[in-house]
Design a protein around this ligand. Sequence first.
Ligand code: ATP
Ligand code: MG
Length: 531
Amino acid sequence: MARESKLDIRGAALLVRDLRYTKISTLLPDLDDLLKKNKALVVKHGQQKLVLSAEQHRLPTNKISKYAIKVIKRLKQAGYEAYLVGGGVRDLLLGKTPKDFDVSTNATPEQIRRLFNNARIIGRRFKIVHIVYNSDIIEVTTFRGGNSSVLHVENAIPRMGKRYEVQANPDGMLVRDNSYGTRIEDDAMRRDFTINAIYLDIQTGELIDFHGGLYDLSHGIIDIIGDPETRYREDPVRILRAARFSAKLGFKISKRTVDMIAPCADLLSAVPSARMYDEVNKLFLTGHAKATFKVLLALNLFNRLFEISPMLINSSMCREFLSYAFESTDQRFSENKCNKPHFLYAIILWNEFIWNFYMMRDDLMLSANNIDYKDMISYLASKVVIQQYQITAMPEQIIRSIALLWRLQFLLESKDPQKYVKETTSYHAFRAAFDLFKLRAHFDPNLKSRVEFWQPYYDQCKADAERRRQTIETGSERRNNNDNKSRRSRKGKNSGRDSGNGNSNFNESAADRQNRINKARDWRKAMNLEP
Ligand code: ATP
Ligand code: MG
């Protein structure tokens, strides 16, 4: 698709008009000027690249992760090409703090692994290398090459010894995408959106833009690279990524990019449900849930991600509830509080669950006297969650926690709450259940008195948890100090020297230790090693 058409559609049928975006011009005035002067150059982005020197772009390089710089330097020292690319460059240009840093190189995953002993190759469909520095993970990808040797799986005639690094299913979806290239130009072609394909050479300070990404960044546009249909067919998750970046950055989606979303949306059903689970978490747990919800509704995608009946999701009651709930999760995110997937799903599917509950209860009340509500709640919770599992494969532990949060709603709502205090507060999930309850109470005045009843228990639980945390910390601090003392004395005895400089691990404070444990846990999570 030629660049000219993009300029024609600019300002025309772009999506989500009311979302704010930071004009790059306010951050980098020279750049905006430069882009205007170089319009012709940008328009012909397919043929020419735009290279900006450090003086021209003035990107705040001091904000780049020292680990990303370390990785790039080591790759370069070993004779490879390496650039910073993707969200890190994009967000720095927008004056935002990048979530992570991605490096692109012509070294293969195996070559990268040989250079770093903290490197792990992950993924099969799309191999990448994670280089892990405590909780910082630098994601390194090898330049992807052209698709010349795509194996279309349905036509495959088995040929002994032939390994296809790129495989597509009958819909054109790349089920394996590991054909490596040597040219940065080819790598840029295989990236999703123009704004994600801007490369920074940290040594020369040059920004290299092959697809008019800087232009789009300065005009707040999400534009897919290449033919939209082909790119969505190759990887339907790009549809969700377009929505995610539109919400996160407040950018509009270009007409040609948005126009093919509806015709290609069915392709999402072919994406493995475990990958969909990860994508949904990225959509809703990274601080832009409310805006994402709005964009997904506008694109008719929300009901493709969640098993909620159309009647419900089209009701203002359900939309207002979700909007309010998402606003509150975004608020928590901005306060550095954690948002967990089970809470997210419990919110999103709540209306579906409770609607099913009322329907079933009404049916049963007509035909039976004694209804076993406990069984009914368990049955319906499983039903709703298992339907959802077909789309987003949540880990088993998450499934159990969603059902528990729903079950606790009935105890919180009880007419005689005093009777259930012991049971309800004994659950680890009590606080999360009460958070969901408060969201519900915002729309249901009948629940107000119960909120007042449970609030002191909630505060008490919170204080207890805080106290427990402090006790554990002090305990481990004391243990650490004792360990240090005995180690020092042992060391003294063994070496015959009184060494005040113990191993740095021995001197680790409780807070540092907790920090290290948290980081390790985050890292395991990032590596999908634990739910
Ligand atoms: P953020 O990390 O803020 O969510 P990001 O753009 O860095 O945004 P990542 O998922 O970290 O997103 O991906 C890094 C880069 O890899 C992207 O910027 C893009 O260039 C490329 N990329 C990621 N996913 C795809 C995809 N499905 N198709 C093509 N390119 C992709
Ligand atoms: Mg990234």
